[in-house]
Design a protein around this ligand. Structure first.
Ligand SMILES: Nc1nc2c(ncn2[C@@H]2O[C@H](COP(=O)(O)OP(=O)(O)OP(=O)(O)O)[C@@H](O)[C@H]2O)c(=O)[nH]1
Ligand SMILES: [Mg+2]
Length: 497
């Protein structure tokens, strides 16, 4: 095959024939020979020997090659100690990405008698890893043998052949094109499929679902909390009101037991004052409890009622309307007094008949005193009984008034808190809707960008694929031609150049 005057331009022409817009594979060709390999493969030893044997050739290790530069040839060195691993093959991919001309070198063959088997295995493994490596030439070397001179003659011969081959530059350029086109095609495909956006899109979807779920959950949780707290307040405050009334009733009834007639008016006033106090206490208890409920629900407290709960109208104790009973009592007291008077006068008469007059007088006085006393005591006991019933009636009225006050205020608070809750929920729903709208907008943006990328991919891909096919066909054609002309080297390697 006759090499064209400018091999690089010839390779570029293959691509430009398909798509004139494709002008360069984006790498700079250099005349350096890259010697690379896995850790401790013997690269440094090999490069030292090669520099000595071929001083005119610029050999470089991987870290000496400037970025964006394609070497003229790649010497891939692996140790004969064991066959290649997958990561070694990936290293080879990296090194040979822009360069077609690759030589496989098995190092330290002096130290490993089975190196020929290892070499055959390495060649097969490379061929399996990538079809283009199936025809890689392999040679065994001993760059720093434990004894004797370095054995690198075969490699040096191979390298000389490669460097003299006029077609190497063109093939390298074609390989750079292949690599470049593969990358561009993969990029278009990934963009068109939205691969890079996929993670963000699914994160956005999850976020949107989270917001919706959070809203639903919070809404129902707060509604349930409000209902249960109000229910609790109703029960506890009614119990508190009943309790207060019962204890006031107990206190008042206790007071009645020691009450004299003169204390009746003060007792009535005291009872009315206690009733007012109980209503005030209930009011205060309700206010405190409802404020705590509002704080617990993170809501504004329900507004205080405009005026305190009214103290119920309490009738005066019915102490005066007992005329009939009084008369009866007078009658019975008088009878009782008469009895006492007779008994006393008899007693005097019995002691001394001369004392009859005295006895009658004394009996009359005693009878009168007993009558007055009995009537008085009976009246007092009766009035205490009346007061006792009055206290029971008054506290019953107080209790129902207090319970009504509790029920009314809790109901009002429930309405107010439900209102605030609804208002807050409306605000939160708006915030969530805003967040969801933002997420939806970004999702639409991603969908539109992916659609644009897919359209671009569909437009650009056919041309790029045709260019890639043309490059591969060119590489295959050249390689087939050279393969038929190649000879088997002594070391068992297949020379492809
Ligand atoms: N027997 C024998 N040992 C060798 C040969 N070449 C290199 N070695 C030994 O292998 C070890 C690694 O050699 P290097 O040339 O430093 O290998 P390298 O790949 O540059 O190593 P790193 O840069 O550290 O990854 C050293 O101990 C060398 O003496 C050889 O041909 N035969
Ligand atoms: Mg080294």
């Amino acid at each position: 095959m006759t090499a064209p005057p400018d091999p690089v331009a010839a390779a570029d022409a293959v691509v430009a024939a398909v798509d004139p817009a494709l002008t360069s594979p984006g790498v700079r060709s250099s005349d350096a020979v890259l010697v690379t390999g896995p850790w401790l493969a013997g690269v440094s030893s090999l490069i030292a020997v090669l520099r000595a044997r071929l001083p005119e050739v610029p050999f470089v290790e991987a870290d000496e090659l400037p970025a964006g530069t394609a070497p003229l040839a790649v010497v891939f060195a692996v140790s004969a100690v064991s066959p290649l691993t997958e990561s070694d093959c990936e290293l080879l991919d990296l090194a040979a990405d822009q360069t077609d001309c690759v030589i496989g070198v098995l190092t330290k063959v002096d130290a490993h008698d089975d190196w020929r088997e290892v070499l055959a295995t390495d060649r097969d493994l490379c061929g399996v890893h990538r079809a283009r490596y199936a025809r890689l030439p392999w040679v065994g070397v001993a760059a720093a043998p434990e004894s004797g001179e370095p054995a690198v003659d075969e490699l040096v011969g191979l390298l000389r052949g490669v460097l003299d081959d006029p077609d190497v530059l063109r093939r390298n350029r074609l390989r750079a094109w292949e690599s470049r086109l593969e990358k561009v095609i993969a990029r278009y495909r990934a963009d068109g499929d939205g691969a890079d956006r996929q993670a963000r899109v699914s994160a956005l979807r999850t976020q949107r679902e989270e917001i919706r779920r959070g809203r639903r959950l919070e809404k129902s949780q707060r509604a349930i909390a409000l209902r249960s707290q109000i229910q609790q307040a109703r029960v506890q405050l009614a119990y508190f009101a009943r309790n207060r009334c019962a204890s006031v009733r107990g206190e008042l009834q206790e007071d009645i037991a020691t009450l004299g007639r003169r204390g009746f008016a003060a007792f009535e006033d005291g009872a009315r004052r206690r009733a007012a106090e109980v209503m005030a206490e209930v009011d205060e208890g309700v206010a405190t409890h409802l404020t705590a409920v509002a704080a617990d629900l993170r809501l504004d407290p329900a507004p205080a009622p405009p005026h305190p709960s009214p103290v119920p109208e309490l009738p005066a104790p019915p102490l005066r309307s007992r005329r009939l009973e009084t008369r009866l009592m007078m009658l019975l007291g008088a009878g009782f007094g008469l009895g006492v008077a007779l008994a006393v006068s008899r007693l005097f008469t019995g002691v001394d008949p001369g004392l009859t007059v005295v006895g009658v007088l004394a009996g009359a006085a005693a009878g009168l005193a007993v009558t007055v006393w009995v009537v008085g005591i009976r009246g007092l006991l009766h009035d205490r009984g009346v007061l006792d019933r009055w206290v029971a009636d008054v506290t019953a009225a107080l209790r129902s008034a207090a319970e009504e006050a509790v029920a009314t205020r809790v109901l009002a608070a429930e309405a107010a808190l439900s209102g605030s809750l609804a208002a807050e929920e409306a605000v939160e729903a708006d915030t969530a809707a805003g967040q969801i709208a933002e997420i939806d907008a970004e999702l639409r943006e991603h969908a539109a960008a992916t659609a644009r990328a897919a359209a671009l991919r569909d437009r650009r891909l056919p041309g790029l694929l045709r260019a890639l096919d043309a490059v591969r066909a060119e590489l295959r054609g050249a390689s087939d031609a050279e393969f038929t002309a190649a000879s088997e080297p002594n070391s068992g390697g297949t020379v492809g150049y």
